[in-house]
Ligand binder design. Structure first.
Ligand code: NAD
Length: 369
């Protein structure tokens, strides 16, 4: 590729959006609703976070027109239709999504249909709040789309809300976020700004997650992790994803495996698959984690968090590995290393048994990362 000075030419699409980050910022929700010119907010949550959603609705007072607490993983369209009925009935003029990627997904699905303003208050590290991407499920089939209506207008990152995120989910949700940054670093449309953000996201989460596992109420570590999650979400929203995200999409959708767990298990193996083809990305990931080998460093990080390491332990049937390899290699897509069916099958085998990835052969190029 021709270069300008030392830079490889690139295109950068910045996602607009307002971010308020801090402790206790949920208290600012009424002001943020008003600042968007809205007066009729519908609060969204999962059933598990219904109490918090009701509290928020009370806090909003006359600015709230109600609460919808049925948000579900992978945004099933029947749930969206029930929420849409409430949107019409209450004449809501914005949504306030309080929760993880599942709740954010519902807010996005509503915005896609109505262009209502979205205010998102994330409580996991999934990063969906920073992306114009929506995955919806109809009859167990998940389809993903991008579009400007989908991107939330306001994100309120309240560190205090993440203190209750269970340690196991903190670890896997954090690894899910790191996966966005890893793939952003070797994306076809990678660019220097997004790579800076990606490396910083891996660094912040890589340092914070072990501290959270040791001490879940550590507010400093929680704030570093949430900051890292935002950075990784920005990367996901700005750069195209490759093998890792496609594999997780296939495994999660076809075998109904929990989203963040699949990301955690697959990431070291997807990185190992791409390592020789993306040496600069690997060097930056390794630098961010303070290790010498990126795929091994990711595996060791997951292990240190007591996170799942194998597909076997998260419910994947061994009999499904061939089908998964077929599915993952049937639709061609861009990846730093070409998608080869047998190599993908071997990757899945390593992930199924939770093997440590083989050491990466050092590349002279990596020294210039
Ligand atoms: P989730 O939103 O499904 O949350 C998991 C569970 O944890 C839920 O029961 C939730 O109520 C609970 N929970 C969340 N935060 C909590 C907290 N602080 N304290 C206590 N309980 C809490 O999980 P997730 O991993 O954040 O989201 C997964 C979904 O997000 C998937 O459907 C995935 O496809 C989607 N996603 C989309 C994007 C995108 O850009 N479109 C990005 C990442 C994830």
């Amino acid at each position: 590729m021709p270069t300008v000075g030392g830079m490889t030419p690139f295109i950068y699409n910045g996602a607009p959006g307002r971010v308020v980050f801090g402790f206790g910022v949920i208290a600012q929700t009424p002001d943020e609703v008003r600042a968007q010119g809205c007066r009729r907010a519908l609060v969204l949550s999962t059933p598990q976070q219904a109490d918090a959603a009701r509290d928020l609705s009370e806090r909003l007072g006359e600015l709230s027109v109600g609460v919808f607490t049925e948000a579900t993983m992978h945004t099933p369209i029947d749930v969206t239709e029930r929420a849409m009925a409430l949107v019409r009935q209450t004449q809501a003029d914005c949504t306030v999504a309080l929760g993880g990627g599942s709740t954010t997904g519902l807010g996005k699905a509503i915005a896609l249909r109505t262009d209502l303003i979205q205010i998102v208050i994330p409580t996991t590290y999934a990063g969906s709040e920073a992306t114009p991407i929506l995955g919806e499920t109809v009859d167990n089939l998940k389809t993903t789309q991008r579009g400007p209506k989908i991107l939330p207008e306001v994100i309120l990152y309240d560190v205090d809300l993440t203190l209750t995120l269970p340690v196991g989910l903190s670890a896997t949700s954090g690894m899910n976020a790191i996966a966005h940054a890893v793939e952003g670093l070797y994306a076809q449309d990678a660019n220097p700004i997004v790579s800076l953000i990606a490396e910083e996201g891996v660094r912040a989460l890589g340092a914070a997650l072990p501290r959270i596992v040791r001490d879940p109420m550590n507010r400093e570590a929680r704030s570093d992790a949430l900051y890292g999650a935002w950075a990784c979400g920005v990367v996901l929203g700005s750069a195209g994803m490759a093998l890792h995200h496609k594999l997780c999409h296939t495994l999660g959708g076809t075998f109904d495996l929990p989203h963040a767990n699949v990301h955690t298990v697959v990431l070291p193996h997807a990185a190992a698959y791409n390592a020789a083809a993306a040496p600069l990305a690997m060097a930056r990931i390794a630098r961010a984690l303070g290790v010498t080998d990126a795929p091994r460093g990711l595996h060791d990080l997951a292990r240190s968090l007591n996170a799942p390491l194998s597909l076997r332990e998260i419910g994947m049937p061994e009999s499904g590995l061939d089908r998964a390899a077929d599915l993952a290699s049937s639709n061609p897509y861009w990846n730093p290393r070409p998608i080869e069916r047998d190599a993908i099958r071997a990757l899945l085998d390593d992930a199924y048994f939770g093997r440590q990835p083989a050491a990466t052969i050092p590349s002279p190029k990596a020294a210039h990362a």
